[in-house]
Design a protein around this ligand. Structure first.
Ligand code: ZN
Length: 390
């Protein structure tokens, strides 16, 4: 029988420092700390979700009890942790008696912290140190933090706490001031894309680089989100292309956004309704549609003013042709209306329906315009028009 494959995120979780992506400074600090054998009793790892805090905490914790630590302190070329000693094997298997991982989001109460305080005074069983990793530490209750402060002030010599949080500002100052804080950056686009490429090659996943760049750009520095998206894309189609990634996300491609805007600007309701009919049964992200439409219309306005498009990318020629046929006033009305529907959309569970009806209404235009808006827009338009005549 075929073994079930681990999902990519678990399979590619960093096991050694060299595998941690995009956190060079943090890695250097932690490795130096191991090399010099100087440790803080409490570490605080902060940064956005999915950028490697928990994985790094596990790598650091494994290294602290790795039986090769003394060897590493003589020869820093050795990769840490070794992953082969008894302690490392127990860590990898998730059954190290001296490593206690707590998700504070599930255990917010004071009893849990009291339990930590009680057990932390017992000597470690297998390694040199007893390590507590408390994830999402900002979720602890006020009473729990107060109880926790006592042990943070004077932890037993063999205990190391690693606190991880996405919302460091929610921690009491009294707690923060007792921690050695390390900041995790969002993983940058280049490191992220390179890592995804490496994964694809190792896992025999067919890809186009543009597809991976798309994944890296939409996940905004969260490697975990990027890997999950890659996982979805690879099962959605034989090759991970930009188009596949867009469809997994429910993002329509730029050509379609342009076609929609063209129909609106030309007041062509029939074509618009036909386009919407073609979306039936597909996953469409209206949030993305609104965002991308606003970007295109913004570019349209800039082009009208004689400037250069910023967001249109490969669609710039089509956009130029499109805006040449409409007035500045028309463009302004559409731009303003799209900017303001964000709020309305947030309040409905039927986003696509609302979006489509709003776009159809926008294509009628006259129904939307308030007299004073027309007045203002007309005057701006006239000024530009007059300027051009000169
Ligand atoms: Zn080891």
């Amino acid at each position: 029988m075929q073994q079930p494959t681990l999902n990519l995120a678990r399979k590619w979780r960093s096991a050694q420092f060299k595998e941690i992506i995009g956190q060079d400074l943090v890695v250097r600090i932690l490795q130096n700390s191991l090399f010099k054998n100087q440790f803080f009793p409490v570490y605080l790892f902060s940064g956005q979700r999915g950028c490697g805090k928990t994985s790094t905490a596990r790598v650091f914790a494994t290294s602290l009890n790795c039986q090769k630590l003394q060897e590493f302190q003589k020869n820093p070329q050795i990769q840490m942790p070794c992953l082969q000693c008894q302690s490392c094997i127990a860590m990898t298997a998730g059954r190290h008696p001296d490593f206690i991982e707590i998700d504070a989001a599930s255990y917010t109460g004071v009893d849990n912290i009291r339990n930590i305080i009680d057990t932390s005074s017992f000597l470690p069983l297998l390694g040199e140190r007893k390590i507590y990793l408390i994830d999402e530490v900002h979720m602890l209750s006020k009473a729990a933090f107060n109880a926790f402060l006592k042990i943070l002030e004077e932890p037993p010599k063999f205990v190391v706490f690693i606190l991880a949080t996405t919302e460091v500002q929610k921690l009491p100052d009294t707690v923060r001031s007792r921690c050695f804080q390390l900041f995790f950056n969002p993983v940058n686009l280049v490191s992220m894309t390179e890592h995804l490429e490496k994964m694809c090659n190792a896992e025999s996943i067919a890809f186009e680089r543009e597809g991976l760049e798309m994944i890296a750009s939409v996940t905004q520095g969260s490697l975990r989100d990027a890997i999950n998206l890659l996982e979805q894309a690879r099962f959605a189609a034989p090759c991970v292309t930009k188009k596949v990634v867009l469809s997994v996300l429910g993002y329509v491609d730029d050509a379609m956004v342009c076609t929609m805007l063209q129909n609106i600007l030309q007041k062509d309701q029939l074509s618009l309704a036909t386009l919407f009919a073609s979306w039936s049964g597909k996953i469409i992200s209206t949030d993305y549609l609104v965002k991308r439409s606003i970007e295109f219309l913004y570019d349209g306005l800039i082009i009208k003013y004689g400037g250069q498009a910023k967001y249109a990318g490969s669609m710039v020629t089509q956009l130029e042709a499109m805006v040449a046929l409409v007035s500045l006033q028309d463009l302004m009305v559409c731009f303003d209306e799209l900017c303001s529907i964000d709020m309305v959309m947030a309040k409905t569970g039927r986003k696509q329906l609302l979006f489509e009806s709003l776009m159809l209404r926008l294509s009628l235009r006259t129904a939307l315009q308030q007299p004073e808006v027309v007045q203002a827009s007309t005057s701006v338009h006239d000024i530009v028009h007059e300027e051009k005549k000169k």
